[in-house]
Design a protein around this ligand. Sequence first.
Ligand code: ADP
Ligand code: ZN
Ligand code: ZN
Length: 717
Amino acid sequence: MAAREPAAVSVAIPAPLWRRFDYLPPPGEPAPPAGSRVLVPFGRRKLIGLVWGKADADLEHSRLKSMEQVLDVGLIDDHLHAVVEWARTYYQFPPGEAVNLLLPGALRRAQPFRAPSPTGLALTETGHKADFSRAPARDQVRSLLQSGPTPRQALVDQGVRPGLLATMMKLQFIEAVDPPEHRPVQQGPALNEEQRTALAAVLRARHGFVALLLAGVTGSGKTEVYLQAARRLLSRQRQILILIPEIGLTAQLVRRIEARLGRRAWTYHSGLSEGERLACWHAAREGRAEVIVGTRSAVFMPLRRPGLIVIDEEHDASFKQQEGARYQGRDIAVLRARMLDVPVLLGSATPSLESLNNVDQGRYQLLKLTQRAGGARQPRWQVLDQRGQSEALDARAITAIERHLKAGGQVLVYRNRRGYAPVLMCDSCGWQADCHRCDAHMTWHQHPSRLQCHHCGASRPQPRRCPECGSPRLSALGAGTEQLEETLARRFDGFPVFRADRDVMTGRHDFDELLDRVRSGGPCILVGTQMLAKGHHLPGVTLAVVLDVDQALFSGDFRAPERLGQAVYQVAGRAGRGDLQGEFLLQTRNPEHPLLSELLRADYLQFADRLLKERHQTRLPPAGPLALLRAESHRPGDAETFLREAALAIRAPGIEAIGPIPAIMSRRAGYWRFQCWLQADGRARLVNRLADVVPTLANLPSARRARWHLDMDPIEL
Ligand code: ADP
Ligand code: ZN
Ligand code: ZN
């Protein structure tokens, strides 16, 4: 019998090309199965790829190259392979992106992979006995390790310098060990009736898929429900995957999980080193990691014995990836849960319209937590009319802040603009400092003093005189968080004022530490941006003030009202506790805007319901499907030409392609930006059409003169 030719396979390679590449197995070896990690020659380089499937049957093998090496056979299981294949068809990204989604960074390098070293630390005999009386820092490490092996990260989180740990390791005072998986369990509170109902709904579905939307204000006990559900599933040897919007929330949650579940909580996010991420990925894949807490990219975590997926703050925009493979992590999580046949819990104080629509359609089950744990009452609302006022803070807001501080309360001031002022203006001629590369004003920062574009990152010194008329009278138009901090500190001398925005919270633990300080401290003012509207538990806050919401009321983005409502409810939701009536003030120049009265009259779910009805009238998402085809180019005509040709290729019966139209920010970082709106009668119809056409768009000659991508279910216009 003649030797059969070795079967070629198709390999996904992390290159931005709309195709996969076929290879023969290494000489003398069998073809590796799908999901195998391989090293292949690609041009002059060698790249890591993932075997995706069989090659086209009729290819001439003689023209194919052989792989260099099969590194890991079947590293990615069929389930994850299928999830990413679904995502690729639905979101239309180049096949090679699969590699970036599925492999942690350390496994994408063309290097042999070393087993990650243990991430825990323990005292050695020497360390136990050493005399550290003249070395207080070492003594601190010893006392932290006294109770037993501890994750290295936990020590760093408590302020131990990594360099000190390295030295102590070299001197053999401490050693690397695997941190213990099990530890003592703290008893949680008895659940209230609504929490019990929610828990029962998860546990009823123990052996199957169910999607539950847990809607409850911050502090209503959602996390408590996750924890108790997780506890039951852990006792059945199942793994728990918890997705959270941002790194800033991990440390707090990890501490709580470990205390309550008695298990190590593994973490996976961009703040970790490559080695730490790899260790987590491996432990999850092997089933050693029982609880995994991660940000968006953890939605592709391999799981050996999955039992429950939780998405906390499910409405948060950060679950949508905005570059490369533009997937919605929340939707992938629900898809995975369905394919794995396990329950998925989506929690939020302000659920997305997408999820509420899924409740209406019978796909998700809604569970409400209406009681605030500890019996706190809902805050009192008031609108402050700002028309004709120039001060950033209304006099009535100042009086209220004073009253709350003196009564022992904490105050939260929300302003979604960082910097000193959003605009620097000439008092004489009206000139305003604009970015030369964007269709936007430069933000004025004072410490350090500079003009900065928040869209492209451009920065230039603050001018001393107006470049138009030479006048030295330049002043701030409006106030950002930097200015508010200054104003508040001057006015409320004696009370600490803390600022939370991306300019000051630069370190990985800064925000977490700040929140800890606020939680354990007395009366103070916390002023900040969007960061403050992200579900942090701050039980001492009795007054929340929201400034200047007017921009969102008139935005061209149909999602702006939803986002405004979410931010307002997130901020307001935390004012008030058992003994002090909470208060909530909203400053606006449009007090009669129907959206605001709606916002103030209703609770969030009623407000969202009204928005959802509007979306149904306009057939906008989630009522109808929407994809954006975006393009940008240095010359405005190039992006437009590409989109015009692309729209022509996409249009078909039942498929609409509107555009090209300029993006809301029509110029950014020197590029002119345009988009086409793609809509259809049904989601499947749109997805199928795009799956047929989008991969061919790269062949249009005009595609070479523009940068372009498809964004399915976009969350920004
Ligand atoms: P959320 O996740 O909705 O913000 P948490 O679960 O963090 O709410 O609960 C807020 C606080 O209330 C926590 O300190 C928690 O321990 C406490 N808590 C939650 N549920 C109960 C309950 N049933 N009885 C007493 N305290 C509770
Ligand atoms: Zn001027
Ligand atoms: Zn710019």
